[in-house]
Each structure stands twice: as structure tokens, then as C-alpha cells.
Ligand binder design. Structure first.
Ligand code: AMP
Ligand code: MG
Length: 349
């Protein structure tokens, strides 16, 4: 398949390109596009055949549902009814990085929801995404635009790397603002429950409803035949090619432990990557050091995390060592992705 790649600018949007990409979606094709979370791989959410192509292009397991992206608040036709909590959350956080799970209506094919009775819906704030959905004239089902299992793309070049030849169109924009996938809230359970932490934090959600909580399964390793409520939780995710370990503890001790493991690995002729921060990057003497942002600004860490993992892939490191972050605020989402990337391999010191 020939993939057309066109770069557009958020603040100088080329309408013709958006219309061309919108037409591809309307006619049953696949378009990768930027959002404020990560790049998405989109198809007409209401067209079963189009949606099937997403699973094939990504190599995505068929029991992992897709999120439906909309450009306006008119979502009644997609759902049975909108629970009160969903209405409040939409009003407060849309457009933005928040996906709401609601009982679906008959117009949403089971392929889109992987056979589930609920559908995940989100209104992105990224201008390119919004214009694309509006231009397509249909809701767009879109998981992250990576080959299944790899770190999500936060830059257009990474979509090209993963999906060139597998999709019809790649709409390239800038670097994704948040860099982590959306927060998912199940609005069908009482109290409502977070199934994936993301850019909208628990504290922000609790300002709307103080009973909202994070599903305990979110931060733990899924073992045996336990079935999580968000099927995506059970898959190894966001994973770099090399094995990864998280070192957790007091910061100075963390630096010392990572340095010790780096030294041992170098003795064994291994190439090691270190996921460091602005505060710590100069404390390491050896290894491939990437600062993913400042501990004083956790949003910078979220924004740069996936791209750093891909840089380690490019460099062909044998091992990645990551410093841990506090599990509060956006740090919860950062640690959720780090733990999944590392397959929950954590060294506590
Ligand atoms: P991705 O867009 O690749 O980050 O994947 C979407 C995530 O949303 C997956 O982890 C899914 O399991 C989750 N998801 C989407 N729709 C639903 C749903 N109806 N019920 C539970 N989880 C969902
Ligand atoms: Mg994904």
C-alpha cells in the first residue's frame, strides 16, 4: 500500500489536506493523525470493515477495544444514555485527554468495542484532530498509531517508522502536548472508576465527584486469568526492545544503584540506557543518558517518555534503567507507563 505523508501546522492549517484526509476516513481508509495525547490511527468508527483494518495494520489483539473520537458534544447517537457523571466530566474536561466509557448504542459496531457493551468516547483538543474528525463527518475510532506493543508515537516520524506501507495517509503535526494516552473513566460503574491514568489526574476528577477512584488493578501486574475491565491492561505495552528496570527509592540512593548496575553491565560489555531527569543527568558517568524532563515539572516527563524509549530502541541498548517518580498527580500516569514498559521489574532500595 502507498502511504501518503503530509505535514501540517496547527496554527496554519491547510484545509485542503484536512479535507483529503477526512475523505479517506469517510471512504473506509486509515489515517494516522496527531492528538494532544499521542498520535492516533483512525478509521470510521461506524464502519466495521474500516475498523478491522486498524487491527490488521497495528497487529492489535482483537479483544482490545478502540476509543471513538468526536469533534462535538452530540454523542447521544453513540450511546444508550449519558450518565449524569459523564455529562459533568464532558462539560469540565472536553475537549481534552479524558475518555469516558458509556453503554453503547446499536450504531457502534462490536468490532470497534471488541465485543464489549460499552464504548470509550473522547473529544481531543488538538486542532488538527478536531478538524479531521469534523471534516470526515463521522466519529473516528483510533488507538495509538504504533505497531502493537511498541511505545506510542508522539512525533510524526515515529508513525512513518511504524505504519508506512500499512495505512493510506499519515497526517503529520508537531510533538504531542501531553505525550501519554488519555485518562479512561468507566462511567457505568458506581462509583465511577479510573481504568487508565492519564493527563486528567485523579485529583482533577475528584473535584467533580469525590467518590471516583483508581481501579486497584491499574498499577499492578495482571497475572493468571484475571480479566481486567479495560482489556488493554493485560497486554505488555509501551515496551522498548531492551529489557527495562525501574529503580525506586531515595533519589541519591537511586543514582548510586543505577550507577552500580551500569558499571556491572559495562563490565559485561553491555550497552545501557539511563532514563534520567534534569536534576540527575549530570550525576551519571557512563551509559547512554537521556533526560526526559524536570522532576519539578512532571508534565515534561510525560511528554518526553515514549520518545526516549524509542531513542533507546534506535541505539540498540541491551538494558534500560529508569528512575522512579512519585505516584501522585500526573506521576501516577508516568509510573503506570514505566511499570508496563518494564514489565513491573522494580528494584526497591
Ligand atoms: P490505545 O488507544 O491503544 O491506548 O488503547 C485504548 C485503550 O482503551 C485500551 O487499553 C482499551 O482496553 C481501552 N478501552 C477502550 N474502550 C474500552 C471499553 N469500552 N471498555 C474498557 N476499556 C476500553
Ligand atoms: Mg496503544
Amino acid at each position: 500500500m502507498n502511504t501518503k505523508v503530509v505535514m501540517v501546522e496547527e496554527n496554519n492549517l491547510d484545509k485542503n489536506t484536512i479535507e483529503e484526509a477526512g475523505k479517506v476516513i469517510r471512504e473506509g481508509g486509515l489515517v494516522a493523525f496527531p492528538t494532544e495525547t499521542v498520535y492516533g490511527l483512525g478509521a470510521n468508527a461506524l464502519d466495521e470493515e474500516a475498523v478491522k483494518k486498524i487491527f490488521i495494520a497495528k497487529g492489535r489483539p482483537q479483544d482490545n477495544p478502540l476509543i471513538v473520537h468526536v469533534a462535538d458534544f452530540n454523542i447521544e447517537f453513540l450511546v444508550k444514555e449519558i450518565p449524569e457523571i459523564a455529562q459533568k466530566l464532558m462539560k469540565k474536561f472536553w475537549p481534552g485527554p479524558l475518555t469516558l466509557l458509556i453503554e453503547k448504542s446499536g450504531v457502534v459496531p462490536e468490532t470497534t468495542t471488541a465485543g464489549l457493551s460499552t464504548v470509550g468516547i473522547r473529544m481531543p483538543s488538538n486542532v488538527i484532530a478536531k478538524e479531521l474528525i469534523a471534516s470526515a463527518g463521522v466519529p473516528i475510532a483510533a488507538p495509538s498509531a504504533n505497531v502493537s506493543g511498541r511505545p506510542s508515537p508522539t512525533e510524526a516520524s515515529r508513525c512513518v517508522e511504524d505504519l508506512s506501507g500499512r495505512v493510506d495517509f499519515i497526517l503529520g503535526g508537531g510533538v504531542c502536548e501531553v505525550g501519554l494516552e488519555s485518562t479512561i473513566v468507566d462511567c457505568t460503574s458506581t462509583p465511577p472508576c479510573v481504568l487508565r491514568p492519564g493527563g486528567i489526574t485523579l485529583d482533577m476528577l475528584r473535584e467533580i465527584d469525590s467518590s471516583i477512584y483508581i481501579d486497584p488493578a491499574v498499577m499492578k501486574k495482571i497475572e493468571g486469568d484475571f480479566k481486567p475491565k479495560a482489556p488493554g491492561m493485560k497486554y505488555r505495552h509501551y515496551a522498548p526492545k531492551a529489557p527495562m528496570k525501574i529503580v525506586r527509592g531515595e533519589l541519591q540512593k537511586t543514582i548510586e544503584k543505577i550507577s552500580e548496575i551500569v558499571q556491572n553491565s559495562i563490565d559485561e560489555k553491555k550497552k545501557v540506557g539511563i532514563l534520567a531527569t534534569e536534576e540527575t543527568k549530570n550525576k551519571y558517568l557512563h551509559g547512554m543518558i537521556i533526560s526526559i524532563g524536570s522532576r519539578a515539572d512532571i508534565s515534561s516527563v510525560g511528554k518526553n517518555l515514549f520518545e526516549a524509549l524509542r531513542k533507546f530502541d534506535d541505539a540498540g541498548v541491551d538494558l534500560i534503567l529508569a528512575e522512579a517518580f512519585e505516584e501522585s498527580g500526573l506521576g501516577t500516569a508516568v509510573m503506570n507507563r514505566l511499570k508496563k514498559s518494564a514489565g513491573y521489574d522494580i528494584i526497591d532500595i
